[in-house]
Structure formats: C-alpha cells, structure tokens
Design a binder for this molecule. Structure first.
Ligand SMILES: *Cc1c(COP(=O)(O)O)cnc(C)c1O
Length: 243
C-alpha cells in the first residue's frame, strides 16, 4: 500500500480489532455483557486525521488529556459523531475551553475545579458529565501525584458536583497507582475503585460510570467491573516522547 492514509487506516483497524478481542475475551471470562463496557480511545499526541480515521472505523468515544492539544483537535473533528472525554489534570483557567467540547471530564479532583467547571458549563449552556478521579495511593487529605483525591474525599466532591449547575455526577475514575500498597496490583486497585463506586451509588444511583483500565491493564479493569476503559497505545501505537 503506498497511500499512507490507507495504510494508517489498515493499521488502526488491525489494532482496534485486537483491542476489541481483548475486551470481548475479558467480558466473557468475567461473565459480563460486552455492551456493558465502552471503549474510549485516547488520542493524545496523535493528529486529528487519526481521530477521523478512527471515527470511520466505528469508534464513538475519544479522550484527550491536554486542553492546548484537545481544543483544536476537537474543533477539526466537530463534524464527526464522537463523544469527547477529558482525562488529564485540569487547571481551573482551562475549564471554559474544556466545557466547549468535552462531554465528560474524568479528572475532577477538587472543589475549586467543580466551581470553575460549573461556571463555564452554565455560561456555555452545556451539561457536562463529571467523574471524580480517585488517587488510590493518596492518604486522607492528600492528592495523588497524577491528580485525584483520596478515597475518603470522594463523597464530598460528588455531592458538590451533583449540586452544581451545569454539571452531572456520572461516576469515578482511576489510574492504577505506580506507588503505595496498590503498586503492581491493578486488580486490587480496580476492586477498590468498585467499592468506592458502590458507596457513591448509594447516594447518587445514576453515577454508574467506572472509568478504569488502559492498554496494559484493561483485562483487570473489565474483570473488576469497569464500564469504561481508556485505551491509547494499543490502538494508536507507542506515543512519541516529549510532545
Ligand atoms: C494516556 C492515558 C490513557 C491511555 O494510556 P495507554 O497506556 O496509552 O493506553 C488512559 N488514561 C489516562 C488518564 C491517560 O492519560
């Protein structure tokens, strides 16, 4: 194939098929319905042209982690039938831009950010679905290295989101910790997230999204009960560093 776009499309199709098979196999092993797990493809560092190819291959949910990169990409792809997820650490001064394209923010981890997102969503006339990011390696009162709140702060943050105009509390998200008691224990980490999700649903029954699992550990996330897996590398390839 000497058409680079066709070659890239074929490559993405092959990668997607492999990821789809991994998810299907994990669902079968865990006695779960395949339809209960949504694949979100993390397109960070890859161009809008790849997002377009993915949409053509049937991908319906994509994620980004930096607003500077995501905003122009989402604008270029505005004609595509895609849901956009923001999964990176988010500064309050970026809230206005992010609510312009994001349907879901997975990385809500402090009250000040809830306030900024609410103000921005209200001004834009949008409703944004929020997930509380849980840092399983953070102690009480601490925040995680890569964002997130300690498990005991989830309830307060979820209540604030539920009460905020323009926002909806949709669930919880985590990244398997590299340090602490869950380091190298993704299954245990995701089981803990499921416990936190169950607790949350006692007061917010509709907050049933559980966002967990990436290229390396999606099987563990599906086994634990994740409803959304966020997969980048396994679909798009290894990201170039320093971009
Ligand atoms: C980059 C990223 C992913 C995807 O990671 P891969 O290992 O490339 O699959 C998932 N979640 C978050 C929060 C990310 O930043």
């Amino acid at each position: 194939m000497n058409d680079p776009r066709a070659a890239r499309a074929a490559e993405l199709a092959a990668h997607l098929a492999r990821v789809e098979e991994r998810i299907a196999t994990a669902c079968e092993a865990g006695g779960r319905d395949r339809k209960d797990v949504t694949l979100i493809v993390v397109t960070k560092t890859y161009p809008a042209s790849d997002v377009r190819l993915l949409a053509g291959l049937g991908v319906r949910e994509v994620a980004e982690n930096r607003d500077q990169e995501a905003a122009p990409k989402a604008a270029e792809c505005a004609d595509l039938p895609l849901g956009w997820h923001f999964v990176g650490q988010l500064q309050t001064n970026k809230a206005r831009s992010v609510v312009g394209y994001a349907d879901h923010v997975h990385s809500v981890d402090r009250l000040r950010l809830v306030g900024a997102l609410s103000t921005a969503a209200t001004a834009a006339g949008r409703e944004v679905g929020c997930l509380v990011q849980v840092a399983l390696d953070a102690g009480s009162g601490e925040r995680g290295e890569r964002g997130g709140v300690a498990p005991d702060a989830v309830g307060e943050l979820a209540d604030a989101i539920a009460a905020a105009a323009g926002l909806r509390i949709d669930g919880v998200m985590t990244v398997a910790p590299l340090a602490g008691e869950y380091a190298g224990q993704p299954r245990a980490a995701f089981d803990r997230l499921m416990d936190i999700s169950s607790r949350l649903r006692e007061t917010h029954p509709a907050a049933n999204m559980v966002s967990a699992g990436m290229s390396q550990d999606l099987e563990h996330a599906v086994a634990a009960g994740a409803t959304h897996v966020r997969v980048g590398t396994a679909v798009l390839g290894v990201r170039p560093r320093l971009r």
